[in-house]
Design a protein around this ligand. Structure first.
Ligand SMILES: [Zn+2]
Ligand SMILES: [Zn+2]
Length: 255
């Protein structure tokens, strides 16, 4: 599927294939990649770096929000072909290496089965499978971080631990650009129903749904007015308000 590239904030580019987003943060001549698409997205990543006016040697780091195959994607290929480190939270390392219990994409299948009667959910699963979701390429070597200190990579993103979707999920905050790269802590589309607007990921895909809800409080404290999710369009407006919208959707769907 073709990848659309669009500048969505100062030096921040969204690469979207219709179901998942990954991002490039440009800082002077250098670039950070946040999430790495699908396992088969390497050619699109290589092309995207060129499209934003940089070359592969300018790529300095891959940051993972979490280790699901639609986010760790081609990270291992980027690590080995472009010789850049792959960063993840300490508690996500085992998942991204394929060593955690429940890291296998097949672990998600039982939760998804009841949704497959919906054509939109079925289409998501077919798309994911075609892009290598069921055959992830785990990351061989990971630079682990612990805590919230800004990372010394282009854009100096600040990781914020938002556990729940997975144990070591983080969002990346770019305070000086007013941006939060939210991964799957908050989406702006339901990947199973295609309903739009800020919302949690479906519980079928959350490892710990209670923690996923608790982590919204951490997200709401972040400054900025552009939320860039792993799934769905960018959402503009104060982050706290965006989180509040997601909470209302969640309450309405559970009432
Ligand atoms: Zn995920
Ligand atoms: Zn995802």
């Amino acid at each position: 599927m073709a990848v659309e590239i669009q500048q969505v904030a100062d030096g921040v580019y969204r690469c979207a294939d219709g179901l998942v987003n990954w991002y490039l943060i440009a800082d002077d001549g250098e670039v950070t990649l946040v999430d790495a698409g699908w396992p088969r997205s390497w050619p699109q990543i290589e092309a995207a770096v060129g499209r934003v006016g940089r070359a592969l040697p300018d790529l300095r780091a891959v940051l993972l929000t979490h280790g699901h195959p639609d986010h760790l994607g081609a990270a291992e290929r980027v690590r080995t072909e472009a010789a850049v480190p792959v960063y993840a939270h300490r508690d996500e390392v085992a998942r991204a290496r394929g060593e955690a219990s429940g890291a296998s994409p097949f672990a998600l299948v039982p939760g998804l089965l009841p949704h497959l009667w919906r054509p939109s959910a079925f289409a998501f699963v077919v798309h994911a499978t075609m892009h290598g979701f069921m055959t992830p390429r785990w990351v061989g070597e990971i630079t682990a971080f612990d805590g919230m200190s800004p990372l010394d990579v282009p854009g100096t993103p600040e990781p914020v631990r938002t556990a729940g979707h997975t144990a070591g999920h983080v969002v990346y905050h770019l305070p000086d650009r007013g941006v939060v790269l939210a991964g799957d802590a908050l989406a702006t589309v339901d990947v199973l129903t295609r309903e739009r607007g800020p919302r949690l990921m479906p519980d079928a895909l959350n490892a710990d749904p209670v923690n996923a809800r608790n982590s919204l409080a951490l997200l709401a404290e972040l400054s900025g007015d552009v939320l860039l999710p792993g799934h769905g369009d960018p959402w503009r407006g104060p982050i706290a308000e965006t989180v509040e919208r997601a909470r209302r959707v969640d309450l309405a769907s559970n009432s």
